[in-house]
Structure formats: structure tokens, C-alpha cells
Design a protein around this ligand. Structure first.
Ligand code: UGA
Length: 439
């Protein structure tokens, strides 16, 4: 099948590369010629395990090419997939400027009976609007087929999805999109366009809810000296609940989960109601990222010049994405409160430095970061961070040698035996434990 993908951001590049791996002939389009050149040299400019190899292989097989949108030699094929970004407006509602521009451009160049497939996350109702405004009079068939790709695992998620959602009004077009996925073993749900859009939003909102739920339970555990990880296991073994997305920590970040949860709350107000549940989910999350501040404030009544090292800047491991990363928020807050903040990330030091400016320092290794620090905040559990030599880190730090484990990724007993003052999230270290180390 000949397929075009419009917008070579994160979802676009992964989608284009994976579709070509399925054997389709794919052209990826973008307005950024530097990005196109880089993709044609097999460099996706994003850190995503396995993606560069997939691009190289399929470009060499001539199944995958990248073109600037202004190229005269356009060939959008039978299916054109929109994967442009949908940033948020300041009030949290989605900004669809790029969607409108790309849909206008694509429908102008698509042939009759072709499929316009929306893979970007758009608010429910957008597809019906696009269909009536741009597609019906041109015999173009509109399909909503949202992506469910996790950063860091996107290639795997593409080939082994939990489900494929296809929303559309034309059964032939729906079947064409089913065919596009042949080779992938997955349940397929065929539904209305608006329902497909809703499924995508609801999925991310539910994941956000699970995380804020366990984080609230972690606060109870903290108060009662219970252990949230055991609570998670006990809860998760109930198959109606399940274990995944029940890891307590410093909260959810990234470019999608927070943005789409916020979008729901702002869209609800457009329809005259309040999303009480999701507003609370966001409130819990905001609070969660500030836990290290409360701990440091409690131990050091004077925060000026407390030396803090932050380990991990991306919003989760295996990605260089720092959008809405709790590490960025915490670095900003702590440095504004007078702490001396240093950071280290295996991949996103440069991006983080561009974002944070000169208010914080960046180190090129974990060992450099730990030198003379009073407090280490483990925020992103990269393998290389978890497998570091913690005894060496301990020796290089200054008193009171606090290790805050923001993702409950370390074994508390092992770490405490080294000598650290270990604090996790909801792991039963109540504030009275901290009293003994107040400076
Ligand atoms: C998310 C969804 O998981 C994908 O299904 C979806 O397709 C994608 O958004 C999207 O809309 O494009 P992603 O942004 O890569 O994927 O991030 P997640 O893996 O969902 O993690 C989000 C945040 O939640 C991270 O900061 C992570 O550390 C945090 N998290 C995750 C927890 O705090 N606890 C958990 O148990 C799980």
C-alpha cells in the first residue's frame, strides 16, 4: 500500500518507520527541511530504542523516504496519515492550529476515494468537523485511528498493541485501514469517529487516574507507616484492578498524559460542567512533584545553599523527552528556594540545560554529580542510574547524605545498610523518622 505520513514528530516518525517495516511504501512529510535531511541520513533526532535501525533498513530497501512538504513531486498514496502536534493553549484546551493546516494541505492533494487518517490526538468532535468541512465534497474518507505508543517502547507498542481503534463512517475505508495493519495481531474495535477520539482521551485520563490514586494511597501509607509497594501488589493481584500503572512516585509527566487530562477538564467547562475527578487527579499530581521540596524543607530549616543533586531529567527512562518532567519542575523550585542544584541525565542533559538556563549546574557523570551533595533525588530510574555504585556515591556525599527515591526503584534495606538516610514515596518513612536528621 502507498501511504503518506504528515508531520515527522515523534508519533509520525515511529508510524512511518513501522508501516514501512510491515511492507508498505511510505513517504514521511514535514515542513522542516533540516529534519527531513536528518531523517534521510537515518537520524530520527529523538531517542527511541530501535527506531534508527528501522529507518535505516527501510530507507535502504526504498520502502521509506522523507520529503519536504513543498516538494513538487507529491504522492500521498491511498492513505494519508496526520501525525502533527497538538500543543495546549494556556487555558489547557488543545490548540489544533497544525491539525487544520495539515488537513487543508493534505485534502488538497489527495486523490478521490483516498483515506485521510487522523493519528494525532484531537478532542472528540474534531473528526466529524473535518469530515464535513474538508472530506465529504471531495470523496475523501475520514478515519480516526489514534496512536497508543509509549515513548521509549513505541516500536514494540506499534507491532504488539493491546488494541487498534478504527473510527469511520465508510466501511470500505475502515476495511482499508484494517488491511494496513495486516501482520499485526491485535483486537480491532470499529466504531464511530467521535467514539474513537473519546477512547484515546479516556485511556490517558484513566492512566493518570490510576497513578494519582496510588499516589494518594502512598500519602496514607506514609502517615501510617505502611508500604505502598506491598499495597500495590495486594491490589494488583485482583484481576479487576491489575498491577500496571500503580507505581507510586513523583507523578506523571510527558507530552500526553498530563496534557490530555488537562484538556478534559478545560473541555468540560466549555460544556458547562466540572470534571471533579480529573481536576483532583491533576491536583494530586502537582502536589506529588513537590514532595522533595517538603522533605528538604523539613530537614533544612534554612534551604540556602543546601547542595542537591538530581539524577534523571527525562519524564521517564529510555526517552530524551523532558516535557512536563517532574525533574524540571523540582529543579526550578529548589533553585528558586536557594538550594545549589546540580543535575545529570544519561541522554537529556543538553535539552534540560536549554530549558533551565544557568540557575542549575549540569554534570557529565553520576559520580561527579554526587560530590559533596547533602541530598540526592533519584527522579528517573534509568538502568544506568539504578546500577550505579551506591557505596561510592555515599562516600562522595556530605552529611546528612539523604537519598530520595522518587520512583521507589531501589531496595530500601540495601541502601539503608550502606548508611544513606533513605526516603521513598509511601514506603513507611513517616515524618517522625526525618525528625532525627533535622539539621
Ligand atoms: C502515554 C500512554 O501511556 C500511551 O498509551 C499513549 O499513546 C501516549 O501517552 C500518547 O498519548 O501518545 P507516554 O507519554 O510515553 O505514553 O508515557 P507513560 O508511559 O504513559 O508514562 C507517563 C508518566 O507516568 C511518566 O512520567 C511515568 O513515569 C508516570 N508513571 C507511569 C507513574 O508515575 N506510575 C506508573 O505506574 C506508570
Amino acid at each position: 500500500m502507498k501511504i503518506s505520513v504528515i508531520g515527522m514528530g515523534y508519533a509520525g516518525v515511529v508510524t512511518a518507520a513501522c508501516l514501512s517495516e510491515l511492507g508498505h511504501e511510505v513517504i514521511g512529510y514535514d515542513i522542516d527541511s533540516q529534519r527531513i535531511n536528518s531523517l534521510n541520513s537515518f537520524n530520527p533526532q529523538i531517542f527511541e530504542p530501535g527506531l534508527d535501525k528501522l529507518i535505516e533498513k527501510n530507507c535502504n530497501l526504498k520502502r521509506l523516504t522523507f520529503q519536504h512538504i513543498d516538494d513538487s513531486d507529491l504522492n500521498l498514496g491511498e492513505i494519508s496519515i496526520i501525525t502533527v502536534g497538538t500543543p495546549s493553549d494556556p487555558n489547557g484546551s488543545p490548540n489544533l492550529e497544525y491539525i487544520w493546516k495539515s488537513v487543508e494541505w493534505t485534502t488538497k492533494h489527495l486523490k478521490d476515494n483516498a483515506v485521510l487518517l487522523m493519528r494525532s490526538t484531537v478532542q472528540p468532535g474534531t473528526g466529524d468537523l473535518i469530515e464535513s468541512k474538508f472530506c465529504e465534497h471531495q470523496s475523501i474518507n475520514y478515519i480516526s485511528c489514534p496512536e497508543f505508543l509509549r515513548e521509549g517502547e513505541a516500536v514494540k507498542d506499534f507491532f504488539t498493541p493491546d488494541r487498534i481503534i478504527i473510527g469511520g463512517n465508510n466501511s470500505k475505508a475502515v476495511e482499508k485501514v484494517v488491511q494496513m495493519h495486516s501482520g499485526i495481531d491485535s483486537p480491532i474495535i470499529k466504531t464511530k469517529i467521535i467514539t474513537a477520539e473519546m477512547i484515546k482521551f479516556a485511556s490517558n485520563a484513566f492512566l493518570a487516574t490510576k497513578i494519582s490514586f496510588i499516589n494518594e494511597m502512598a500519602a496514607f501509607c506514609e502517615a501510617w507507616s505502611a508500604d505502598v509497594d506491598d499495597v500495590k501488589d495486594g491490589l494488583g493481584l485482583d484481576h479487576r484492578i491489575g498491577k500496571s500503572f500503580l507505581n507510586a512516585g513523583v507523578g506523571f509527566g510527558g507530552s500526553c498524559v498530563p496534557k490530555e487530562t488537562r484538556a478534559f477538564t478545560s473541555l468540560a467547562s466549555n460544556y458547562g460542567f466540572k470534571s471533579h475527578l480529573l481536576s483532583s487527579v491533576l491536583e494530586v499530581n502537582e502536589n506529588q512533584s513537590q514532595i522533595p521540596v517538603r522533605i528538604i524543607q523539613k530537614i533544612f530549616p534554612d534551604m540556602n545553599n543546601v547542595r542537591v543533586g538530581i539524577l534523571g531529567m527525562s519524564f521517564k527512562p529510555n526517552t530524551d523527552d523532558i516535557r512536563e518532567s517532574p525533574s524540571i519542575k523540582i529543579a526550578q523550585t529548589l533553585s528558586s528556594l536557594g538550594c545549589q542544584v546540580s543535575c545529570f541525565d544519561p541522554i537529556s542533559n543538553q535539552k534540560s540545560a536549554e530549558k533551565l538556563g544557568t540557575s542549575v549546574k549540569f554534570e557529565t557523570s553520576i559520580n561527579n554529580l554526587s560530590q559533596n551533595k547533602n541530598v540526592i533525588l533519584l527522579m528517573t530510574p534509568w538502568d544506568s542510574i539504578l546500577n550505579t555504585d551506591w557505596e561510592h556515591i555515599y562516600d562522595s556525599m556530605s552529611e546528612p547524605k539523604i537519598l530520595f527515591d522518587g520512583r521507589n526503584s531501589l531496595n530500601p534495606e540495601t541502601i539503608k545498610n550502606i548508611g544513606f538516610n533513605y526516603v521513598g514515596v509511601g514506603r513507611g518513612i513517616s515524618s517522625s523518622d526525618l525528625d532525627s536528621i533535622i539539621i
